[in-house]
Structures are given as C-alpha cells and as structure tokens.
Design a protein around this ligand. Structure first.
Ligand code: CO
Length: 134
C-alpha cells in the first residue's frame, strides 16, 4: 500500500524566517509555495531525494497549524506516506480498525489527494496518506 515517505510536515511561525535555513543553509531546492485555503496555511515544499519537506505557516489564528504552534511550538507536525490510491488506502485502514480524520480524500498542496489518520489510531504521530498529484 505504501510507496515511500512523500514528505514530512513541519509547523513554522514564519516561512520567510525559516526558508533561508532549508533553501540556503541545507541547499534544498524550493519546489514552490502555495496557499491551501481549506487548511488556512501557506505551504513551502523543498526537495530531498524522492521525498520533500513541507513547511506549514498558519494564515489565520484559527488555523490547525496556529493551534499546534500554540501548544507545541515549531517542529515536526506530521509524516506523509505516499500511496497509489488514497481512497483505497482509507478503506483498508478502516477495515483494519483505524480511525480516520478524513473518511474521504481531500485536496493537499501541489495537486495531491490526502487523508489524515486520527492521532488516537497512530500512536502520537500525526499520519497523512498522500496520493501524488499528476
Ligand atoms: Co502534508
């Protein structure tokens, strides 16, 4: 079902303040910056081999990322595993008894289709299933 780690999501207070470390310090290529209105975040994707780092900046105080930052400060927010077919992956997870935040796929950054597993079922690591965009 899983192909690889598609990306690791990291919550940041400010993309402008964080990007120089990844782009200039670590020399990771910036794949793009995009706003995901649904999640109230601005997202920067940086490439690392077959995977990516997804920097998440809240665009509103009621963004889920703003709430995460209030509680935990900046840091790793979630791990996204790549799947061929996210709808099928959701069905399999539910069949295995997992709780899903998303019972149906929704749009992620850069044309992906995604679904989050409920943290109660993923033992403290927020887990995203991610179908690559085309
Ligand atoms: Co993600």
């Amino acid at each position: 079902m899983l192909q690889k780690i598609n990306h690791i999501g990291i919550a940041v207070q400010s993309l402008d303040e964080t990007l120089p470390f990844y782009r200039d310090g670590l020399k990771m290529p910036l794949c793009g910056i995009e706003e995901v209105a649904d999640q109230k975040v601005r997202v920067a994707m940086l490439g690392i081999g077959e995977s990516k780092i997804e920097l998440l900046e809240p665009t509103s105080p009621d963004s889920p990322i703003a709430k995460f930052l209030d509680k935990n400060g900046p840091g790793i927010h979630h791990i996204a595993y790549e799947v061929d077919d996210v709808a099928q992956a959701i069905e399999q997870m539910i069949a295995e008894g997992a709780r899903m935040i998303d019972q149906v796929p929704r749009d992620g950054a850069h044309g992906t289709r995604i679904a989050f597993v409920h943290p109660k079922s993923s033992h403290g690591v927020l887990t995203e299933l991610c179908q690559a965009g085309h």
